[in-house]
Design a protein around this ligand. Sequence first.
Ligand SMILES: *Cc1c(COP(=O)(O)O)cnc(C)c1O
Length: 380
Amino acid sequence: MNPLLAPASSAPLIRREVAGLPRYDPGADPDEVAALSGSGRVIKLSNNENPFGASPAVAEAVRKALADGVSRYPDPSGRRLAQAIGASLDVPAERVVLGNGSENILELLCQAVLDPGDLVVTQAPGFSLHETFPRVMGARVRKVPVTDGFGFDADAWRDALAEGPKLVFLANPCNPTGAMLAAGELERIVAGLPDTALLVLDEAYGEFARSCPGYPDGLEALRRLDRPWIVLRTFSKAYGLAGVRVGYGIASDEALIQALDRVRTPYNVNHPAQEAAIAALGDPAHLADTVRRTALEIARVSGLLRDAGLKVVPSAANFLFIDTGRPADHVARELHHAGVIVKAWREPGYETCIRASLSTPGDNDVFVRCLTDICAKDTP
Ligand SMILES: *Cc1c(COP(=O)(O)O)cnc(C)c1O
């Protein structure tokens, strides 16, 4: 049968909440950009990945895991990894949940907690999945804007929290701005939370921020509080394991972990991934090296771009949010022609901004040169 004649028969089956969702934007496809730029080499600065790679111990652990064979299901509870994480943080393994990336845990939290019509509060500009997953459940999402200087707006947060959210997604540092919430600002948010709200503190970039003065370790800030919370962390960013998909959460209590266990697919973290994460956790020197090299580049590249007259948000993470003063889509397209991929921001009010993950010094220099050329060429 001619596929062009097949009726789109499944459309009426799709839930209204799902039909209205935007698709996740992973950034431009490296193969397409390579073709466009005519250069074999693409500099991918669109996904906040670790340009220095994972610990060498990871490749060895994955090789061994594959040599064990792939015919058996992985450990459904990821016990050894959960215990290693728990031991490193002085938390019982029963309060640790593992995910196929921490994105998976964001999704599980929404499934376990949200009823249609519930309110979720998060920040704008923000991480798209903090909005998408609640909307899948039919929840309402209120996004608190940052200040004009891309900082934390305490008054706006107080007002939003007073509306009684059931779930609060807070990323610290924030993605896409890279800005961090200082200890006092986190305290103010916690003080304004309704007793019944679950605070989800997303520390995907926490390993980078921990070296920044005033950054509150979320687990230390929350662990003594008598209220529901979960801190999310990931092996995707500073540990350089984005390709194997492992994230984890540390929760206020075992009941929350048990609820997540009921909704998650039982084998959500595969065997090589569990072994990779255990190996990565066992090489803190590699992590420290990544964090140190990244911080040097963040400072150096921020300085170069500011010297060129660009507005760069102070970053506690491994990426920069840059207001280019001209349509970000145009800037991103021009960069593609030079083989450089960044993420043009599309949230209303921020369409002149790009987010660029930093890479090695050489690649960062290419990015700075291309971006400053583009911005010098066409005045907004
Ligand atoms: C990258 C990121 C994550 C999760 O990434 P995973 O690869 O799924 O662990 C979560 N939150 C934020 C804010 C991120 O930027």
